[in-house]
Structure formats: structure tokens, C-alpha cells
Design a protein. Structure first.
Lengths: 348, 348, 348
């Protein structure tokens, strides 16, 4: 499907400079723009490409002054960066509209309830008691267990697995091979060294507007619920253990891991490969540097780093001194000798 | 399905205090208990909830003294914590009994052998030569390759992939999207910088009573077998490379990684995000702190931490001193000046 | 299928010592060799097994001198290690030949184009516009999105997911549950703390001769392409974020993570659990130790380690001194006292 410059300008509240009828069907970076693509210029570093790009349309800021002639049609907007994001959204939405209907190759229990306009791809499995909202997209090879609830407009990409009883909110996006609701890792050692499983009978609740990347694992609670609150964004390959609770609008980068019963606040930012031990409390607004190991509660809006993690600036200072350790050791040896020499002098 | 207080008391060898006919269908935490749920009280910290909970039944220790009246029916047992675990098991077992039969939407090779009472869900794939024990549960989207053996009572959740030739024991549980038997990561660099693949023709052997979380990868051996011995428990997103061997009853937390040909003993505890290099030997009973990097053999029952990992107490001491590094540096500078001053005095 | 000693010798350009008609159907380690298996001896450490093995055939170096009689048939070759690798390849190729045809249980869009001799397993999904080369193997539960291209001879194991528009080269191997082309992790924080998704409209390009392990995630670019160049080998559970570019013949071990827009050179070796921050440039030939955290550009052929990563030798020296920190602290305290004593003496 194609969009004209005029259509785009109307959508963005911008103004066209050039041919309003030229059309695009995809977005591209300005340095790679070809005919039929839409680009944008926000960072002045890329200005040179504006004068050479073969893109059909370029979004630029309202007050941007051209220094050379431009062959592309321009659309002037308040903020070119926000405008391209809005256009990417629109292109995505148009693409998604083509996903509809229930494949006869899927398996949908007659005891599941599906809303209006739901897409169910081939080989998707929807168990009895499942309740699926309106406009939900369920791609091929998705597994929706017994009594799972999925809110309106949510997208489950190919291979997502949701175990029985879990609840997913509205407007969520979950990427391929992410597993929601597998058993928490709970065992009791017996006297003979054998571990006995503690049955995990809770669920996972994912609230509205949550996005979860691919190959992420979120375990069900032992009892009660593991909860991901509204608006939180979780990247790929993240581990979220049983009984964890994560507040609103928290961002968790790839390969981070959160151990059992930890409580993460709102508006936190957790870096890649971070580990958080179980049963602690991360306060609202905490920011955690990549690869940190967090073993203690944090205070609101703290910025921490290191393993074990401490205040970010202190950690930076420690690292700086750490790098001089061999010199420090040598200085100590020199001081020892100097003192010995002084002592000899005095005693003589 | 519902269970009465009397049935539960009989199952646990406990005694009912209150209405023996009240019924529950699920478990809950005592602070969240609602009608129809079973709770327990083991930790005195939660005693206050006992007097306010709306749970229908609460499990408590035999010798526990009530300080206020309680509306729930009580079941007194020797150990409330062990009793709730047993009840969670029972509830789980009853739920699992509903999984039975072979879906006509599955693909079961006529050259595979299935035991009695096997569940095969829709879109599950069982290749020729596979041998499946009694009471095995194979969920939708599971892949069982050629000549794979699965022991009695094992559960493979949706999306588990088991490559050709691998052997899984009895009473195992493997969670969604875990991959058993993909090729080990073995390549030989050629003179031109191109890497040539070493074919990986071994298998993976998982013995009885092993549980493996979701999104975990266990690679086949180059030749011979990667072996997970009896009773070992492996969490989510764990990497186990080719030719690794892991002893009985070892516990491996999420996101840990074990490189090729490492040998892990019995009864070890490996923390989250730990890395273990290839070709080393971790002795029986070794405990490894989270995020450690282990590059050397360990001795029996050692407790280690850090990256590179050393004795746990030494590592703790090093960390404590590390945090004072800027002060140490300053002290050295002060000492230098003081020595210089002394030298001047002496020389004068 | 079985291969005789003579057939193997012909294939390898080696010479038979013993019965040229004896046959094998699998490979094994020399210490585990049984009748019907092929073993090799390259490392002198294993020589003792040569005289006791029950293997039918053993590959040994041309110039190897026997110290005792051997019951197995020997095949003498220039390099026994390279020869066994070639044999494992051959056994693998013969096994793979049995995978052919399109399962009627798969879903292949009539608007997809398939080359000659393509295997499509049950429950595989190939969307419209997909273009599949010759001799490609698509195992059960694979998802190939709209307009995906797959080059000749590539193998996609069970449960691989390739999102719309991505391009996979020829002779690639991708293992189970790896996800190619899920959305990059891109969000813009709004004034109210809510994160707004930036649509990810780019693709992933995987060039020829790339192997990717299981449960790995490679995200699509925001615009343009995430690119894995020719010959690169990626292990299990690796995270490759949007807009990353990785050069030819680079090796990435398990659980490493590369953040958005980082550019990795050719012929690099990246250890397990390494983290690389976004927007940096790793020069050709860089070697990065396991668990390192890389936050800066590197220079060609650098060897680095640590978190944050620095020159490998410096890192080793720092670690060595770090381990003596408690002694260093004590020495400083002793020096303080000694200086105080000297000062007293002088002042007296």
C-alpha cells in the first residue's frame, strides 16, 4: 500500500514542499533512501545526505534552512524525529490490518471465547476457557493455555507460549518464543540430597501496554501472581522469576535477570545483563547500569552500578583507582624502602 | 475439582478444627486468601493474617497457639510448610489428569512407539523411531526427533524441541521452548579465516527426575553424550554446551552458562548468571555465587564467588577493601608527603 | 546406512590396515567405541585406548607407531583430527538426505516460491511472498514470514521463527527457537513517564555460511537492516539488538549480548556472557574475554577483558594485585604507624 506526500502531511499536520502526489511504501535511513521510500532529517550530522538522497519524501523540521537544492519532496513538521516515529507506526498499522480470520489449521477450543476481528494463524492452539479480546492477533504456533485471558488489541507473535491461567492485558506485544507462566524454580532439599519440587500453582499477570521481546521467560508464582504492571517494556532473553512484581513503565534491557520475589518499582531503567537477587526491593526510579549485580534494596531515583552494585559515581571512582592498582602496590613498596632508609639514618 | 477439609486432613495425616465439609479448589497466600482457597501459616510474621483471612481452610502447625478466634477451618499438621507443598502437588496432579489422548492434529510416525496413557497435543510432532514411555504428556508444538527416548511420566510443555537420538529419563519436566540436542558450537579456523564446522554427531542424555526450565539450551556432544544426571534441576535460559556432564542433584539457576566439556559434580549449587569455562572440573558440593566466572577446578564443598571466582570469604574481604580504594590511594599520597617531610627534617 | 573401511579410506585418501570390509554406522570417542563405530586417535594421551577399544575402525596419523597389537581396523591418514571431522560431516550429510518432500500438514502459501528438493516438515508455516532456495530444509514448527528469502542449502531446525522481510543466505544453519527479526527495543519516554513505541520497520540480513545456535534473538533494524556478514558463527542464547552489524567470520559465544547499532568487525572472537554497549565499534580481529563488558571502541587485533574491558594483560595484572588488597591495606596501616614512630623519634 502506498501513501502520498499530501496524505502524510495531513496525517502529521505538516506542509508539503514539492510534489504532493509522490508516493512511498516504506521508510529508510536518509543515507540509504531510494525511490518510493520516506526518510527524515533530525540530526544535523546527516544534512549532507539531504542534498543527494534518492528518497521520494524527506521529513524535516519546520525551521530548517536549505543550503542547496533538494530533489526529494519535503514535508516540514514541528519535530522530524517524532514525525518519523508516527509514520513508522502508521506503516506498521496498515501492514497489521492484513492479518485477519481464523485459520482452519489452528485449534480453537469450542469452550474458548474470542472477541471480534481476532486473527488466529495456522497451528495456533487456544485451549478451553481462554478469553480473547477484540482485534487480538495470534500468530502461527502460539500456545494459549486453559483459562488464559488476552486483552484487546494484543499481538502474540509466532511461538509465544502462555501457560494455563495467566492474564495478559490490552495493547500488549509479545515476541516469538517468549514463555509466560512456566513453573517457578522452587525445590526443597531432602535429607538424602534429593530435591523435591514445590508445585507452582500461581499465575502471571501482565497488565496493559506491556511489550516483551523474544525468548524471554516469566515464571508463574508459587501461589498468587507474578505481576508486570502497566506500560513496562521488557527486552529479549530476560529472566523474571516467580513472585516478582514490576511497577509501571519500567524498562528492562536484554539478558537481565530478576530472582524470585524481588519487587521492582515504577519508572526504573534496568540495564542489559543485570542480575537482581531475590526478595529485595528496587525503589521507584532506580537506574541500574549494565552487568550490575544488585543485592540490596535501593532508594528512590538512585543510580547504581557494579557487582555488587553501589552508587554510580562511587563505582566510577572505584574503577578509576582500580586501574592504578599495580602502581599503588609499587608505591607502597617504595614507601617501605624509604621508611627503612629513614629509620637507618635516625638510628645511626 | 474440589477437596474437602476432611479429605485434605486425611491426605496429610492432620486433624480438622472447624467445618470438615468446607471445600477448596485452589491455594493462595494467607494475606490474599478468599473463599474456596487453601492457605497455610508457617512463618510467625504472617500470624496477623490468620485472624482476618477469608480463606476457607488454613494449614497450621500442630502446636500453634491461637491468640484470637479464627473464621477459617484449620487443619493441624506436623509441618505446615511441607503440608502446603504436598497439597500443591496434589492439586497439580489432579489438574494434569485431564491431559490425555492423542490429538488428530498431531503427527505421530507409525514407526514411533508410544506407551500407555500418553497425551499428545495438537501440532506435536513425533518422528520415526521415537520411544515414548507410559503416562508421558507431550504438549502442543513439541518436537520429538528420530529415535528419541522419553521415560515414563515425563512432561514436555508446549514448544519443547528434542533433536534426533537424545534420551530423556522418567519423571522429568521440561518447560516451553527449551532445546535439547542442537549442535554443539564447534568450528575449526582455516588458513583463510573461514571457520569450518565440526559435525556434532553425539547426543544428550537427561536422566530421571530432572527438571529443566524454559528457553534453556543443552547441546549434543561432538561425539558421545552431554549428560545431565539424575535429580538435577536447571532453571530458565541456561546454556549447557557440548560434552558437559552434570552430576546428580545439582541446581543451576537462571542464565548460568557452562562451556564445552566442563564436568560438574553432584549436589552443587550454581547461582544465576554464573559462567563456567570449558574443560574444567567442579567438585561435588561446590557452591558458586551469582554472576561468578569460574575458570579453575574446585575442591569438594568449596564455596566460591567473584569473576574470576575465588573462595567466598576471601572474595567478600576483597570487595570490602575494594570499596575503600579511593581512601587507600589518598592515604598513600599522604604517606608520601609525610615521608618527604621527615626526610627533610633529618637531612637538615 | 553403513560405510566400509575401504569406502572411508577412499573418501579420506587414507590406507586401510586390517579388514577393508568392516562397516560402521556412527562415530564414537575411542574410550567408548563399540562394534559398528568409527573412532580416531590424535591426542597421544588417549593412546592406551587404541589397544583395548572395541570400535570397528580407528583413524590414526600416517606416521603413528603401534606399540601393541590392535583389534580394530586402522585407517592411516595425514591428520586424524581433520579426518574425523570430515567423516562426521559425511555421516551428517547422509542423515540429512532422508529429509525431503513437503508435509501435507505444513502451510505453504501459494504465493511463496520454493526451489528444488526443499523439505518442509509438518506444521511449518511459509507465508506469501517467501522465496526459498534449492535443497533448503525447513523442519516442523518453523515460521517463515511474508517476503522472507532463504538461500540454497540452508537448514532451519524445528521452531525457528523468521519475521517478515528478513533475508537469510545460502548454506546457513539456524537452530531451534532462534528468533530473527523481532522488533528492536526502541521507545521514547513521554512527559508523563509513559514509553511510546518506535515502530521497527527494518529487517535482518544474514549472509551466506552463517550458523546460529538455539534460543538466540536477532532484532530487526528500526530502519534499514541488522546485518550478520558471511561466515559468522553465533552460539546459543545470544542477543543481537537492532541495527547491529557483524563482520565476516566472527565468532560469538553463548549468552553474549550486543546492544543497538554496535558495529563488530571481521574475524573477532567474542567470549561467553560478554556485553557490548550500543553505538560503538569493535575493530577487526578483536578478541574479548568471557564476561567482559565492552564500553569503548577497540583497535585492530586488540585482546581485551574485564568489565569495563581493558587490555587483556593489564586486566590480568589488575586482577593479580586486586587479590592482595587486604594485605595492601594492612601494609598501609603499618606504614602509618612506622612513620608516626619515626616522627616521634625525630621530634624527641
Amino acid at each position: 500500500m502506498e501513501l502520498s506526500a499530501q496524505t502524510i502531511a495531513n496525517h502529521l499536520g505538516g506542509t508539503v514542499e514539492g510534489n504532493p502526489n509522490v508516493e512511498i511504501s516504506a521508510a529508510a535511513r536518509i543515507e540509504q533512501g531510494k525511490q518510493g521510500t520516506l526518510c527524515f532529517l533530525a540530526n544535523p550530522k546527516y544534512e549532507k545526505y539531504l542534498y543527494t538522497t534518492q528518497a521520494s519524501i524527506v521529513l524535516i523540521n519546520k525551521n530548517f534552512e536549505l543550503k542547496q537544492p533538494v530533489s526529494a519532496t519535503l514535508i516540514r513538521v514541528d519535530d522530524a524525529y517524532q514525525a518519523i516515529a508516527a509514520m513508522l507506526d502508521l506503516l506498521h498499522t496498515l501492514k497489521m490490518q492484513s492479518k485477519k480470520g481464523h485459520s482452519w489449521r489452528s485449534k480453537i477450543s469450542w469452550r474458548a471465547k474470542l472477541g471480534k476481528n481476532v486473527y488466529v494463524g495456522a497451528f495456533a492452539y487456544i485451549a478451553k476457557g481462554a478469553v480473547i479480546g477484540n482485534n487480538v492477533k495470534i500468530y502461527p504456533h502460539v500456545y494459549v493455555g486453559e483459562n488464559v485471558h488476552i486483552g484487546d488489541n494484543t499481538i502474540l507473535y509466532s511461538g509465544v507460549k502462555i501457560y494455563a491461567g495467566c492474564k495478559i492485558g490490552a495493547n500488549c506485544i509479545i515476541h516469538s518464543c517468549t514463555v509466560i507462566g512456566a513453573d517457578g524454580f522452587g525445590f526443597v532439599p531432602q535429607n538424602d540430597g534429593v530435591y523435591k519440587k514445590i508445585a507452582q500453582t500461581g499465575i502471571v499477570i501482565v497488565e496493559d501496554d506491556v511489550e516483551i521481546g523474544s525468548n524471554t521467560s516469566i515464571d508463574r508464582a508459587t501461589m498468587g501472581a507474578t505481576v508486570i504492571h502497566r506500560g513496562t517494556k521488557i527486552d529479549n532473553l530476560v529472566q523474571i522469576a516467580h513472585n516478582v512484581e514490576i511497577g509501571d513503565n519500567t524498562v528492562i534491557a536484554a539478558q537481565a535477570g530478576i530472582a524470585g520475589s524481588a519487587k521492582i518499582g515504577k519508572q526504573c531503567v534496568i540495564g542489559g545483563q543485570v542480575g537482581i537477587v531475590g526478595h529485595i526491593s528496587i525503589a521507584d526510579g532506580t537506574q541500574i547500569g549494565a552487568q550490575s549485580g544488585v543485592s540490596k534494596n535501593t532508594t528512590e531515583n538512585a543510580t547504581i552500578a557494579g557487582s555488587p552494585a553501589i552508587d554510580y559515581s562511587k563505582n566510577q571512582r572505584n574503577i578509576a583507582v582500580y586501574r592504578t592498582l599495580p602502581q599503588m602496590r609499587d608505591e607502597i613498596q617504595i614507601l617501605k624502602k624509604e621508611i627503612e632508609e629513614l629509620r637507618m639514618k635516625i638510628n645511626n
